[in-house]
Design a binder for this molecule. Structure first.
Ligand code: FMN
Ligand code: SF4
Length: 518
């Protein structure tokens, strides 16, 4: 029934040929059709997906039917620790942080930010983890339109929070069971603070592969031990403002290759922030203690890339992602087996959870890899972004790997609240897997990313009606990534009519036509 692989040339040329042959009216919409993994919509049942996964060696449990709130584990309340006081959240759905590249240039939320955050607030999810990465320093912005936390943005962010709470209350009757955090970040190696096309990296150490991908890094001195103190203080001030604005928690983002995550893999950095586990986690420990001093009442969460891999690159012959060939062990990863650098090793992530527990942090969001060099680990997709590679594995394997990691960490730290990621690719069967995995204690919360852009009301539809609007399910076309990678705002261009009608949609379509000819 399934073909596991076809040989392809370059993804975009192959896509172009397929489109020409099939005469698709959508030729501009799909940059990559060259893949032979079964589409989720081709499975008739959740059990079919589960059997397929089983055959691939990734057994995951799934319910046969979507359950409405009355019988659903997803409707069970979730007790979380917010700064010493407990909070009972109304259900198990979480909205993951989703950056839009669309804030005002001074870091305040724009109308597009507002629309996205309000859609998350009325999605039905009771834990809003983010709602997107917000820079603590201007120089640490991932793009010139990334939101910033500072004295001049605080009033707008606080007003938006109130609007979200009110919108949630109007839609669901109460907001007492809702928690909203802010995700604080410094983009480190991937900073573009002034120009979307100009990298201005701040690196923790020289990386043998990633430096070459962001050329200024080769010449740069890694961030000095003295500079680190200023960055820690910037996180602490941002946390103080976040508390003043009334948000429930801050996420000290440690994932996806950004600055804080890079500290965790600084095996080769000399001095107090590199080498041993203790040194590589020093930045995190300093952040937590600085936040405790400046904002004692705010709760802390950590979004963590719990495993990683040696960077992947596109094989020019096939278009598929392949791990970059390193001679010798790989000593630049966190959560990677150095001898087999595409294999996750969760031992350090478990150790980190023990450390966090000891520091009073109970809220952890499990993610993996980086969108820049191991996208298939982080956001499994059938149609990868324009500058990425064809999936090196069935995207379902990427999803399963994330869920298994969440289960392992939950087992290792049962008293911590674990939110799992990578759910959008389950598509039609997302609730079937989420129900059973929450019921079986694989994770406490089901964190939704891309589908929050295409179909934010999914949690409410599941719990209130026991059904999905299949036409709105994210099919992992990656346009929400293609947009920003080409200087445009992020949004679900294929499925959200609001973005389909924006001028950026035409620009993106033209770009994709261009890629398909390459
Ligand atoms: C357009 C886009 C923006 C994202 N922005 C963020 C972000 O700001 N912070 C973050 O931690 N993750 C971010 N992510 C990752 C998502 O939160 C999520 O982990 C990922 O998309 C996998 O989940 P999904 O399969 O439900 O999409 C982003 C992903 C996409 C596609
Ligand atoms: S949210 Fe929309 S644009 Fe993003 S991957 Fe899904 S379908 Fe594509």
């Amino acid at each position: 029934m399934y073909t596991l692989f076809v040989t392809v040339r370059t993804p975009h040329r192959e896509a172009g040929e397929l489109l020409r042959r099939e005469g698709s009216p959508d030729r501009a919409r799909f940059p990559v059709l060259a893949t032979a993994y079964p589409r989720i919509a081709s499975f008739r049942t959740a059990r079919g997906v589960a059997s397929y996964l089983d055959a691939l060696g990734w057994p995951l449990p799934a319910d046969d039917e979507i359950l409405r709130a009355e019988g659903s584990p997803l409707a069970q309340p979730l007790e979380i620790d917010l700064g010493g006081s407990g909070r009972r959240l109304g259900n198990r759905f979480a909205a993951q942080p989703m950056e839009g590249w669309d804030g005002e240039s001074d870091g305040r939320p724009s109308e597009l930010t507002r629309r996205r955050w309000l859609r998350m607030a009325t999605s039905g999810a009771k834990l809003l983890w983010g709602c997107e990465a917000i820079a603590v320093l201007s120089e640490g912005r991932a793009n010139p339109n990334q939101l910033l936390v500072n004295e001049s943005t605080a009033a707008d962010l606080a007003a938006l929070r109130l609007e979200m709470i009110e919108a949630h209350r109007q839609r669901f009757g109460t907001a007492d069971d809702l928690a909203i955090g802010l995700q604080l970040t410094h983009s480190g190696r991937f900073c573009h603070p002034h120009d979307k096309a100009r990298l201005e990296p701040r690196i923790v150490y020289h990386h043998p592969i990633l430096d070459a991908r962001c050329p200024p890094a080769v010449e740069l001195e890694p961030v000095s031990d003295c500079d680190i103190g200023a960055i820690v203080q910037a996180f602490a001030s941002a946390a103080r403002l976040t508390a003043r604005m009334g948000f429930d928690f801050v996420d000290l983002k440690h994932c996806h290759g950004y600055l804080a995550h890079e500290f965790l893999s600084a095996h080769q950095r000399p001095g107090p922030y590199g080498g041993s586990f203790e040194n590589r986690t020093r930045f995190l420990r300093e952040l937590i203690s600085a936040v405790r001093v400046s904002a004692p009442a705010i709760s802390i969460g950590v979004r963590l890339s719990v495993y990683d891999s040696v960077p992947f690159a596109r094989d020019p012959a096939t278009g598929r992602g392949v791990p970059v060939d390193m001679s010798g062990p790989y000593h630049w990863g966190f959560g990677v087996d150095p001898a087999r650098p595409t294999e996750p090793d969760l031992s350090e992530a478990k150790r980190l959870l023990t450390l966090l527990r000891g520091l009073g942090v109970r809220l952890v969001n499990v993610t993996a890899g980086s969108p820049y060099y191991s996208a298939h680990l982080q956001r499994p997709a059938l149609f990868p972004p324009c500058d990425s590679y064809l999936p090196p594995e069935d995207p379902l394997v990427g999803v399963a790997r994330l869920q298994v990691a969440a289960r392992e960490l939950k087992r290792a730290a049962p008293d911590m609240t674990i939110v799992s990621s990578g759910w959008s690719y389950f598509q039609d069967y997302l609730p079937h897997f989420a129900q059973t995995m929450v019921r079986s204690g694989w994770a406490d919360g089901t964190g939704l990313g891309r589908v929050m852009l295409s179909y934010p009301e999914l949690p409410a539809d599941v719990l209130e009606h026991g059904r999905l609007d299949r036409k709105r399910l994210c099919r992992t076309f990656s346009d929400c990534t293609n947009g920003p990678r080409n200087g445009l705002v992020s949004g679900c261009y294929p499925l959200d009519p609001f973005y389909r009608e924006r001028p950026e949609a035409a620009r993106l379509a033209a770009l994709k036509l261009d890629w398909s000819k390459r």
